[in-house]
Design a protein around this ligand. Structure first.
Ligand code: HAM
Length: 434
């Protein structure tokens, strides 16, 4: 036997038993985004490497260490997208969609980062990404955060903490950056290897270090919020007031700097304490300079992305899984002639009742074995297509989840008979425990 081919580490299959939760997440998100006026956009999974280098920044971990980059057969350097914002900004520019216009966009799809896989951290992971382009805020920043809070309520996810910060303008950040470099240089002996490396390229990221030995040094470092320009400070104060006015609790975290370079002013993360997901389940912020930096006309914008695996695992860790696909009817087929007729009868029933979920017994089996499969399917009603009944122009029906007996209905009135039998059983509920 040939050796088995393994899945790529950190790239997961979403199996049928998990798909109910994914679909529930997606349909709640889809409905809510439409209600807030967001339109879906689909952009390629592969882009020129240069796009991500310019948008995300050469000194970030994502660009420096985590991208899946390859040369295609034409000799171009391409990269599997590590996130969606850069591609959407590129799409707005290449399709001439800016020119002062405003866009509220969202997309869903897989992203790729070569990180160390662990629970909640994968190399292929899915994001639902939102971008509000052409809006200077802070009203739209607040609305995006309110939308998140509403989605958590819809999904039954509780206990998420909102962390908020402002990174100011590139100018105010430059001043702060100099102060920070000065401070860390003064304590160079206490810096770990990672932070030594970041000091030259991306000193703000030192504030993000999880190394316990670095925490004291980080706690005493100069704080970005104290170096904000007056406009950014006013923007941030207005955002905080808007959130307070709708009762959204937040914590200002002056060390929240984010791992992508394009942010200006507002940044935020929704954090979970649960062990089933990594701590940030949703994060984003404002990127007023990005579109101009990619060659488009200067356009303010703000957005965020949610990690779908992380949110789905929070939804399901409480145990209430949305029902998997359970058929309404299981069709038991008894006899040779019935086997030949069954598919035809069922196709007619599907024509008459397109929404009905029907599972036809496939591959034969005696009566007992077929009923065992019918029970396991979770269906509420069995249709029994037998030689003897068909010869009389009839179909038998038997409820599967209660003790009432078998009944019959004329073949010519099958759809109405099924309606009545299902109605008598009451509304469909969740799947039985496997
Ligand atoms: P990000 O913080 O890099 O931001 O990723 C957003 C979310 O994707 C995270 O909060 C997390 O839930 C999820 N995520 C990130 N990496 C992984 C991973 N390796 N495995 C599983 N989930 C992961 C962005 O990507 C920005 N583009 C967000 C944005 C949109 N900012 C403005 N607009």
């Amino acid at each position: 036997m040939a050796g088995q081919i393994q899945a790529i580490r950190g790239m997961n299959d979403v199996l049928p038993e998990q798909i109910g939760a994914w679909q529930h997440f997606e349909s709640c998100a889809r409905e809510l985004l439409a209600a807030y006026g967001y339109e879906e956009i689909r952009v390629p999974i592969v882009e020129h490497t240069e796009l991500f280098k310019r948008a995300i920044g050469e000194h970030t971990d994502v660009v420096g260490k985590e991208m899946y980059t390859f040369t295609d057969r034409g000799g171009d350097s391409l990269t599997l997208r590590p996130e969606a914002t850069a591609g959407i900004a590129r799409a707005l520019i290449s399709n001439g969609m800016l020119r002062g216009a405003r866009h509220k966009l969202w997309c869903i799809g897989p992203m790729f980062r070569h990180e160390a896989p662990q629970a909640g951290r994968y190399r292929q992971f899915w994001q639902v990404d939102l971008e509000a382009v052409g809006f200077p805020g802070p009203d739209v920043d607040a609305e995006l955060i309110m939308l998140c809070a509403r989605l958590w309520r819809l999904l039954g996810i509780s206990g998420l903490k909102l962390e908020l910060n402002s990174l100011g303008t590139p100018e105010s950040r430059r001043v702060y950056r100099e102060r920070l470099v000065e401070y860390f240089r003064g304590h160079a002996a206490q810096l770990d290897a990672d932070s030594q490396r970041r000091l030259a390229g991306n000193p703000l990221r030192i504030l993000d270090s999880k190394n316990p030995a670095m925490q004291e040094l980080i706690r005493n470092a100069p704080v970005l919020t104290e170096h904000l320009d007056p406009e950014s400070r006013a923007h941030f104060e207005q955002l905080c007031a808007m959130l307070e006015s709708v009762g959204i609790r937040y914590e200002v975290n002056p060390r929240l700097v984010r791992g992508l370079d394009y942010y200006t002013r507002t940044v935020f993360e929704w954090i979970t304490q649960s062990a089933v997901a990594q701590n940030a389940v949703c994060s984003g912020g404002r990127y007023d300079g990005l579109i101009a930096q990619l060659g488009g006309e200067a356009t303010p914008a703000v957005g965020f992305a949610m990690g779908v695996e992380r949110l789905v695992s929070l939804m399901t860790s409480g145990g209430q899984l949305p029902a998997a696909a359970v058929p309404d009817l299981y069709v038991v087929v008894a006899g040779e002639q019935a086997a030949a007729r069954a598919l035809q009868v069922v196709e007619q029933l599907r024509d008459a009742r397109p929404g009905l979920r029907i599972e036809v017994n496939m591959g034969g089996g005696n009566f007992k074995a077929q009923f065992r499969r019918a029970d396991r399917s979770g269906a509420r009603l069995a249709l029994i297509l037998g030689d003897e009944e068909l010869a009389r122009g009839a179909v038998a029906m038997k409820p599967l989840r209660e003790q009432s007996g078998q009944s019959e209905c004329p073949l010519g009135q099958l759809a109405a008979g099924v309606d009545a039998a299902l109605a008598a059983l009451g509304p469909a509920d969740a799947a039985p425990a496997p």
